[in-house]
Design a protein around this ligand. Structure first.
Ligand code: HEC
Length: 161
């Protein structure tokens, strides 16, 4: 009986390794975890940073940005194209961390910290309270990682008026 159970466990873990693990490992290989750091360089995020980033994103951002879209302004999503075309471009880690400290309108003309969660407006947006520089890196890293991994299914479904 014990032997039968052991055989079963071995078989299940073998199947797990064959079928499920490669998918996980693929999602998290180094190339996939590489995002733009600034205009000219890249950075590799650790799986732990992405995990923390996902958790923080879900608690601080997902109420408005579920699936990478922007609930109240579908034209300014978190997809790579929108991020790239913003002024300044927000498609890299430093620029997005900067956004979370001092967000600006899409054309870069106005500061919108009274409307958008940021460290500067954590009195109005309590979900931003206590976030460290590392936390901002994790959240931004997770957004960029998702945008490049998931393509149109992250922030897609834009409405063009
Ligand atoms: C209260 C709703 C709300 C929450 C919560 C929120 N956002 Fe936003 N976000 C918006 C809106 C609305 C815009 C579009 C602003 C504009 O009109 O330029 C936006 C725009 C952005 C942009 C610019 C996108 C681009 O294409 O240029 C980034 C980056 C962003 N948000 C990241 C975040 C992150 C990360 C969080 C969590 C820390 C967050 N947002 C939380 C509503 C929200």
């Amino acid at each position: 009986m014990v032997k039968a159970i052991l055989t079963f466990v071995t078989l299940v873990s073998l199947l797990w390794n064959l079928l499920v693990n490669p998918a996980l490992a693929k999602d998290l290989d180094e190339a996939t975890r590489t995002v733009k750091f600034d205009e000219n360089s890249t950075i590799v995020l650790t799986p732990q940073e992405l995990k923390n980033g996902k958790k923080l994103f879900n608690s601080a951002c997902a109420s408005c940005h579920s699936g990478g879209a922007t609930f109240t302004n579908p034209n300014v999503g978190l997809d790579m194209e929108s991020l790239k075309l913003a002024t300044p471009p927000r498609d890299n880690l430093l620029a997005m961390i900067d956004y979370l400290k001092n967000p600006t309108s899409y054309d870069g003309e106005e500061e919108i910290y009274e409307l958008h969660p940021s460290l500067r407006s954590s009195d109005i947006f309590p979900q931003m309270r206590g976030l460290t520089e590392q936390n901002l890196k994790e959240i931004s890293g997770y957004v960029l990682y998702s945008a490049q991994l998931k393509g149109v299914s992250w922030g897609g479904g834009k409405v063009y008026y």
